[in-house]
Design a protein around this ligand. Structure first.
Ligand SMILES: *Cc1c(COP(=O)(O)O)cnc(C)c1O
Length: 236
């Protein structure tokens, strides 16, 4: 059983990596510039361990409790945890030391708390600013105008290091509308760069999930967050 899980996940991972490479090649990009974040929120420790064994180094969770449990279980291994879902302020203190990159910097209140909780003698906390690029009412994140206003404010926080932007495509969209959303995030990033406060980095674009990561890569994603495609057909 465990063997079958391992083999299936290794094959899925190889397939996704190939699709990442193909999408990079189509758009004249280097596949090494794209980080695959394997989202483990649907699965348990066995499947997560299989991913790590297959060579996955970047893992993502959307709920802090999931991140805490898995980060503790694999604390001895060379993995980097990505927080990709909404983070409540009362979960920041426990999550930060376990997290490599927080993709879901979705409000100034949260980012203030991250700044406050990060100890002065450690590296600043790496975050992305989440943008509600599709304008879905149900989504977290800054609107494009809000993110522009937030940059100078966040630039003043000494313990937070912005690395780029994160977004999801609209919930009910097809590939074409996903492409428009991803292109809009890239265009926003390019526009913000022209007037970017010192200390803010905008190199990273976290966009694309199982159904649209290839389109996201074609539109400039540097981080893709892929979950279900890695677990298709895995015996349960
Ligand atoms: C669950 C999740 C993903 C991965 O979704 P899949 O469709 O399973 O690939 C990516 N990003 C976020 C923010 C998520 O919550």
């Amino acid at each position: 059983m465990a063997k079958a899980v391992e083999q299936c996940i290794a094959a899925n991972l190889a397939g996704v990596r190939q699709q990442v490479a193909d999408a990079a090649a189509r758009s004249g990009r280097d596949a090494d510039d794209i980080t695959l974040v394997a989202v483990t929120k649907y699965v348990g420790l066995l499947e997560t361990e299989a991913l790590i064994a297959a060579g996955c180094r970047d893992l993502g969770e959307s709920r802090p409790q999931g991140l805490w449990a898995k980060a503790a279980a694999f604390a001895d291994l060379d993995v980097r945890w990505h927080m990709i879902g909404h983070l409540q302020r009362n979960k920041v203190r426990r999550s930060l030391p376990l997290t490599w990159l927080t993709h879901s910097g979705d409000s100034l209140r949260l980012i203030d708390e991250i700044d406050r909780v990060t100890l002065g003698d450690v590296e600043p906390t790496r975050i992305l600013l989440e943008v509600n690029i599709s304008g879905d009412a149900a989504k977290h994140g800054f609107s494009p105008t809000e993110v522009e206003d937030a940059l100078p404010v966040v630039a003043e926080l000494p313990h937070v290091a912005v690395q780029g932007l994160m977004a999801m495509a609209g919930l009910d969209g097809d590939r074409d509308s996903a492409r428009r959303d991803f292109a809009a995030l890239r265009d926003l990033r390019d526009r913000l760069r022209r007037n970017c406060p010192a200390g803010i980095g905008l190199d990273e674009l976290s966009m694309g999930m199982s159904r649209d990561f290839q389109v996201a890569i074609e539109e400039g994603a540097t981080l893709v967050r892929v979950g279900s495609a890695l677990f298709e057909g895995v015996p349960r």
